[in-house]
Design a protein around this ligand. Structure first.
Ligand code: AMP
Ligand code: MG
Length: 335
């Protein structure tokens, strides 16, 4: 299959992408978080193609993207008050709700779970496409399973060229890390994945503490039941072996001198006086989120096998950056 390059700035291309999706094809689409690999969420055969193209484990459920709150409500059995509050505050935007799935959504979307992951993206091209297609779109990140998520259309092609019908190009993603995943089927909301909306923002809107899944902090054996199946898998990872180094720049240097890695992944303004190749991923959490996945891809392009990474702060959006890096490093963290 030849993968078409479509332009999000063209109405004709948006319409073509919508037609392909209605016909059961896969189209990679821009969102404010990362590029998603979209299929008609109500078409079981189309959704099956997502798992095949990505090489995604069959038990890892997908997030369904909808045009608005009304369409979201039509796909779930109950719409709790917390969902209403959070949707008013953060939709459209990078926050995914886990709610009870309505039967008309095929089970394959949720990998057989009784729940469904849902969000309304804020990216204008994603909204235009959802409007033009008139169907909910199941869309996990548009990368090969396990590798860093795509924040450019070219990343999508690097992973999926020839395996999908089209890519809708809208340039770089504004946020750069995936959505926050929040389980709303319980009394106290449970954070399954930190992302574009921070814990602090959620708690300030809800006026209460939320719970953080204990599985966020450590590796799960693949056989253990995960609260969110995606937690079990190697994720976001380049081929290179990453090690996160906590602490200040001086202790980072000490560690680098001892370990002699192939390269360093450091903050934007770190002054590096070591004779080692350097990549930088920004200073603020927002810049770090935007740049992280592209840098992880560059690590492999440069052929680095071992990389030391400056550990980001864990507040606000930083928690999502830290979470992706920790998984990319297979939980290797020192200092
Ligand atoms: P991706 O879209 O590639 O970022 O992956 C979607 C993430 O949402 C994965 O980590 C999934 O495990 C998680 N997810 C999707 N649906 C559910 C669900 N029904 N319950 C718990 N987690 C989910
Ligand atoms: Mg993903």
């Amino acid at each position: 299959m030849r993968t078409l390059m479509l332009e999000a700035s063209s109405f004709a291309d948006i319409e073509l992408a919508a037609q392909l999706l209605r016909a059961g094809e896969l189209v990679a689409i821009p969102t404010e978080t990362v590029y998603g690999l979209a299929a008609n969420a109500l078409d079981e055969a189309a959704v099956a193609k997502i798992f095949a193209a990505k090489g995604r484990p069959q038990d890892n459920p997908l997030i369904v993207h909808v045009y608005d709150r009304e369409q979201a409500q039509s796909l779930v059995k109950a719409w709790p008050f917390t969902a209403q509050r959070l949707a008013e505050a953060f939709w459209p935007g990078p926050l995914t709700f886990i709610l009870q799935r309505e039967e008309r959504v095929p089970g394959i979307v949720s990998a057989g779970l009784s729940t469904l992951a849902l969000r309304v993206p804020s990216h204008l091209a994603a909204q235009a496409l959802l409007w033009a297609a008139g169907i909910p779109l199941a869309a996990p990140s548009a990368n090969r399973s396990g590798s860093p998520s795509p924040t450019l259309a070219s990343h999508v092609l690097d992973d999926l060229n020839g395996k999908i019908a089209a890519v809708l190009d809208a340039g770089p993603c504004a946020i750069g890390v995936e959505s926050t995943v929040l389980d709303l089927t319980r009394e106290i909301p449970l954070l399954l994945r930190p992302g574009g909306v921070s814990v602090e923002q959620l708690e300030s809107v809800l006026g209460r503490r939320i719970e953080l899944s204990p599985a966020l902090a450590h590796a799960l054996p693949t056989r253990e039941a995960a609260p969110s199946p995606g937690m079990k898998y190697r994720h976001y990872a380049p081929r290179a072996q990453l090690t996160l180094v906590r602490g200040d720049l001086r202790s980072f240097f000490d560690y680098a001198v001892r370990e002699k890695p192939d390269g360093l992944l450091v903050f934007g303004s770190d002054e590096i006086s070591l004779n080692l190749p350097v990549l930088r991923y920004g200073d603020s959490p927002e810049e770090q989120a935007r740049q992280l996945f592209a840098r992880l891809r560059e690590v492999d392009e440069l052929g680095w096998r071992t990389v030391l990474v400056r550990c980001p702060p864990k507040e606000g959006l930083g928690l999502a950056v830290y979470n992706r890096l920790l998984r990319a490093a297979s939980f290797r963290e020192v200092g």
